[in-house]
Each structure stands twice: as C-alpha cells, then as structure tokens.
Design a binder for this molecule. Structure first.
Ligand SMILES: [Zn+2]
Length: 374
C-alpha cells in the first residue's frame, strides 16, 4: 500500500466563479457549500504551505464534454441556459425539482467539468500527487440527460480523458447515493474499475447499486457495489470499506485513483440515512489516501451546510498532510456559527441495534467477496 505519510504535492481547484450561480434558493445543492469550504481552508492557512497550490479552474470545451456527453445534449444545455424556450427541457431531464434550468448553468457547470479535467492534467503531467476538484463529483449525469443535481458528468469526462492517455483508472465513490452515471459509463470495460459504497438502493435515489450489478462483457467483475442498510455507522462502514476496496485496488493496479468524496453519509444529512460523523469521514479519507500515489479527488453530495466545509477541510488536510486547530477560525465562527472542526456533539441513531446492522453489512460484504473471488 502507498505510504501517504510523505508530503504530497497537493492542488486545490477553486475560484469564486464556482459559487456565483446555483440551482435556486430552495435547492439543496447550495453554492455556499463551496464558498464556505474555500474560506475555511483559506482561514486555516491551508493554501500557504509550499506543497500546496490553489489553482483557478478553466471551463471545459464542448469537445471535451463530448468525451462523455452527446453533442445534442451539450447544445441543449447551452440553449436552455440562455433561455431558449424551444428546447424540450424534460427530454433532457430538466424541470422543477432536482434539475431546474437556471440562467448561466452552461458556464457554471462546464467550469466544474473543466476543473476535473485540469486536475487530471496536473496529475498526468506530474505537477502534483493529489488534486481536489471539490466542485465536481457529479456522478448521476447521463450522456444525454441531467439527473440528481448533476448536469455535466465531470467524473466520466475526466476518466474518459485519462483512458485516452492510456491509463488504467480505479474509481471509488463514497457518496451516500449510488454512483450510477459513472458505473453506466464504464459498465462494459475492464480498463476502469468502479466501486461504490452507498445506502441500500431500496431506500434511496437513484434506486440502483445492488450487489449483483457487476459489469457486463469484458467489464464483468469491474463494477462493484456495496449497498449498506440505513443507519449504518462508521465502524461498520469502515469495516466494509477495508474488506473490499484495498484488496480490489491492489489486484487492479490502477495508474490513477479517482474518488468521489460525497459527505452526505453524515448522520445529520437531510437527504439520506447513514450515520457517519466527521471523524468517520476523516478515517475514510485516510484510507483512500493509501490507495495509490496519483489521486484525483472530486467532491460530491453533502447537504448539511455546517458539515460539508468541515469534512472537506479534513479531506484536504489528509491530502496535503496538514493538521488544523480544532477550534474553527474566529472569523468563520462569527460568520457561520459552529465551534469545532470535528463534530462537537455526537448524534446517535438508536433505531436499530448496531450488532444487527453489522450482521447485515457482513452479509452484503460476503456476497460481494464471493462474486469477485476476493
Ligand atoms: Zn449524494
């Protein structure tokens, strides 16, 4: 396993342009998630150490988006973004609710895809060991439709680009929702290993990610799903992760490890029902850091605004080998409230006994290992 204790050259891809536009005031994917994460890292001085670079992202071109998306869809997003009423929005997954059309969405979303590509380029050019494009991780988008808050699939675009460089890619998705868009994009290839740990699809969007979804054709055995019962806490989660992810990554021998770091597994997340804490997230980020020397980290879900900036700050701390004071910086506290970097209160979900839940997790992991002959 990779020794992450050495200092990594780390890049954080961010600029205020990323939070200038959003899906609307009542939408859960608030741009403030990005702004506050950037501010928290900045106020902790994370961007001032010699091994860290803050890089402003560039937008993806239509040609780059077409690595994954259909040209017709890219054009439709562009025209919807400019208010063209003749575009059949619903045909492309847009409408009130999860995926509203908003002014400027083409520029806003292609910037996130560009950030992922830029992160991939910096890694391939050996300008860094880890790059964190925290505005991305949009794992539900399809080739010709928006889904689950995701318009352009930055992950699938970046992985396609990495494949064109002749690289083998392992993808690990820890968002509470199944990474369906990425799994579907690479379901029949053995050049990309996709692994998703998520809440049981019987109880959560998008309703896929069962253990029996293992890939097709040459890709059989290269799609891996670990669905976890609602209320699973970090001890069982981390146990399942360690049983499945490191041995698979060892066997696959990827050139680049791509991770989707959704933090909607947190116990306070309003959209889902797993029960991790920020300390659990940190342990998970450390486990991910050990998977390989070249790490393309992307953001993802996370809808409790007090949690997301703290968890992603812990993530970047792991990537860059930084530790931050436990007290949140005074300015940040004054603006947004909160006191400590890790959770200062432990919320317990006593709805199901942990031993019963762990037994369910053991059953899932046993099936996964049996299928993959692990
Ligand atoms: Zn999610």
């Amino acid at each position: 396993m990779y020794n992450y204790a050495m200092t990594r050259q780390a890049v954080f891809l961010s600029s205020p342009e990323l939070w200038e536009r959003g899906h609307g005031p009542d939408h859960p994917l608030k741009p403030e998630r990005l702004q506050r994460t950037h501010e928290l890292l900045e106020e902790y001085g994370a961007f001032t150490t010699p091994n860290v670079r803050l890089v402003a992202p560039r937008p993806a071109t239509d040609e780059e988006l077409a690595l994954f998306h259909k040209e017709e869809y890219i054009d439709a997003v562009h025209r919807l973004s400019e208010g063209d009423p003749t575009v059949p929005a619903r045909r492309y997954g847009f409408g009130p609710g999860d995926n509203p059309v908003f002014a400027g969405m083409y520029d806003s979303e292609r910037l996130k895809a560009g950030a992922a590509l830029q992160a991939a380029e910096l890694l391939v050019n050996e300008e860094c060991d880890v790059a964190f494009s925290y505005s991305g991780g949009l794992h539900h988008a399809g080739p010709d439709f928006a889904s689950g808050f995701c318009i352009f699939g930055d992950i699938a675009v970046a992985i396609h680009w990495l494949l064109r460089q002749g690289l083998r890619v392992a993808y690990v998705d820890i968002d509470v929702h199944h990474g369906d868009g990425v799994q579907n994009a690479f379901y029949d290839t053995d050049q990309v290993l996709t692994i998703s740990l998520h809440q049981d699809p019987r109880s959560l969007f998008p309703g896929t990610g069962y253990v029996h979804e293992i890939g097709a054709g040459r890709g059989q055995g290269y799609s891996v799903n670990v669905p976890l019962p609602p209320y699973t806490g970090e001890d069982s989660y981390l146990w399942a992760f360690r049983q499945v992810v490191p041995p698979l990554l060892e066997r696959f021998a990827a050139d680049v490890v791509v991770t989707q770091l959704g933090v909607d597994t947190h116990v306070r997340d309003p959209l889902a029902s797993l029960a991790l804490t920020t300390a659990g997230h940190e342990a998970l980020f450390q486990a991910l850091a050990e998977l390989g020397p070249s790490w393309l980290a992307l953001g993802g879900g996370g809808y409790d605004i007090s949690v997301v900036p703290r968890s992603w700050t812990l993530a970047f701390g792991v990537m860059a080998g930084q530790t931050f004071p436990e007290d949140l910086p005074p300015g940040y506290q004054a603006r947004y409230g909160g006191r400590t970097l890790r959770d200062d209160e432990i919320i317990r979900l006593e709805r199901l006994p942990p031993s019963w839940l762990h037994a369910q997790v053991e059953k899932v992991v046993a099936v996964v290992k049996e299928q993959l002959k692990l």
